[in-house]
Design a protein around this ligand. Structure first.
Ligand code: HEC
Ligand code: HEC
Ligand code: HEC
Ligand code: HEC
Ligand code: HEC
Length: 223
């Protein structure tokens, strides 16, 4: 009987068996890399602003508390941005003739807020609330990174659903004492050698953090 498959076909079949899954993996890997790239997530890209306001300078060096400028953060859904008057408590005397502060002075003259460019922007179909997190020992740093080292602010985390869920499933990995919430150098209790994971689990209980069943329910974030 004539040979149906030419010699060498075994090798060809073998190459296909190995090659196809590898190609699929490569495509999946590439899609994954794009999905998680700074381009797609907008992560780690410093956002330029009408005034080059520096958290590194005002928080890192001058030590001004977050709540001085983001007063809503403990009480409401939004942290909010400071009105121009807040800047002027210092800059009516300091740096008054600096060109880079011209938009701040103009804003006061025009009685119109400075047009800051948004750094974070969740889709409208997601419900988020600052006060809930801040009052349960989840610090700014867990979600925004080390502001005290940022000249211009960037988005430090993906803000993807998987990112929210990862903490909602295991808040003990991120929680710390409430007194640490505004500390830009804050570390999670589990990573603090003086505290550790048992301490973190105790905080979860003491602060009455809801069960992960509730926190991963679709309705929690899509209402
Ligand atoms: C002296 C006032 C001031 C203080 C203090 C301050 N901020 Fe800000 N913050 C601003 C201003 C003004 C902006 C808008 C410009 C920008 O995004 O860079 C801003 C923007 C931000 C943003 C980005 C907002 C967006 O558009 O998504 C985050 C996050 C933030 N601040 C966190 C913090 C945290 C955390 C602290 C404390 C560790 C802090 N800030 C302290 C004034 C301040
Ligand atoms: C508690 C006082 C205080 C407040 C409030 C404050 N600043 Fe400043 N700011 C300073 C000081 C001090 C400097 C640094 C002067 C120097 O270089 O020694 C400074 C510097 C600056 C500079 C120069 C660039 C830099 O960071 O070195 C800009 C721009 C600026 N501030 C913008 C703002 C804006 C916008 C606000 C309001 C959102 C604001 N500041 C609120 C005290 C303040
Ligand atoms: C659990 C994560 C998380 C924590 C903790 C957190 N933030 Fe945010 N923050 C976000 C998200 C998500 C947004 C975007 C909200 C949106 O687009 O609706 C945001 C937006 C902001 C904004 C933009 C303006 C606004 O009101 O939405 C500021 C300013 C800000 N955060 C400051 C802070 C400060 C200061 C703290 C600590 C006291 C803090 N955040 C803690 C997740 C967090
Ligand atoms: C680093 C940890 C952490 C991250 C990240 C985080 N959360 Fe939370 N979130 C918590 C904790 C802890 C609670 C529990 C508060 C409580 O039990 O009252 C909570 C509660 C909530 C609640 C209120 C639940 C309720 O019914 O009272 C909403 C809504 C919420 N988170 C939305 C989000 C969204 C949306 C994101 C992502 C953009 C997010 N969270 C990211 C830790 C986190
Ligand atoms: C802790 C908050 C949280 C919970 C709980 C949650 N989501 Fe989401 N969801 C988000 C955020 C934030 C986004 C927007 C970012 C993104 O697309 O990843 C999102 C996006 C989505 C999207 C749009 C996806 C896309 O790619 O555009 C769908 C669909 C969705 N969620 C369905 C669900 C379902 C179904 C559940 C329950 C099993 C659920 N979510 C639970 C936070 C949450």
């Amino acid at each position: 009987m004539a040979q149906i498959f030419p010699p060498g076909s075994n090798q060809a079949v073998r190459a296909v068996i190995v090659g196809v899954p590898l190609a699929v993996l490569a495509v999946v890997g590439a899609l994954y890399a794009v999905e998680w790239s700074p381009w797609a997530t907008r992560m780690w890209v410093p956002i330029s602003q009408p005034v080059p306001f520096s958290h590194k300078h005002h928080v890192g060096q001058l030590g001004i508390d977050c709540r001085y400028c983001h007063g809503g953060v403990e009480k409401s859904q939004y942290a909010g941005l400071p009105p121009t008057e807040t800047c002027m408590t210092c800059h009516s005397q300091l740096y008054t003739d600096q060109a880079m502060l011209a938009p701040v002075r103009q804003s006061l003259v025009d009685n119109r807020p400075i047009a800051w460019t948004k750094v974070h922007d969740l889709p409208d179909f997601v419900y988020f609330n600052h006060s809930i997190h801040v009052n349960k020992g989840i610090g700014c740093t867990s979600c925004h990174g080390r502001l005290n080292e940022m000249q211009l602010v960037w988005q430090d985390q993906s803000l993807y659903m998987t990112w929210c869920l990862q903490c909602h499933r295991h808040p003990e990995k991120y929680i710390a004492d409430r007194s640490e919430v505004f500390n830009p150098g804050r570390v999670a209790a589990k990573d603090d050698p003086a505290k550790g994971l048992d301490w973190a689990k105790k905080l979860v209980k003491d602060y009455h953090v809801q069960s992960s069943g509730v926190l991963t329910d679709c309705y929690t974030c899509h209402r």
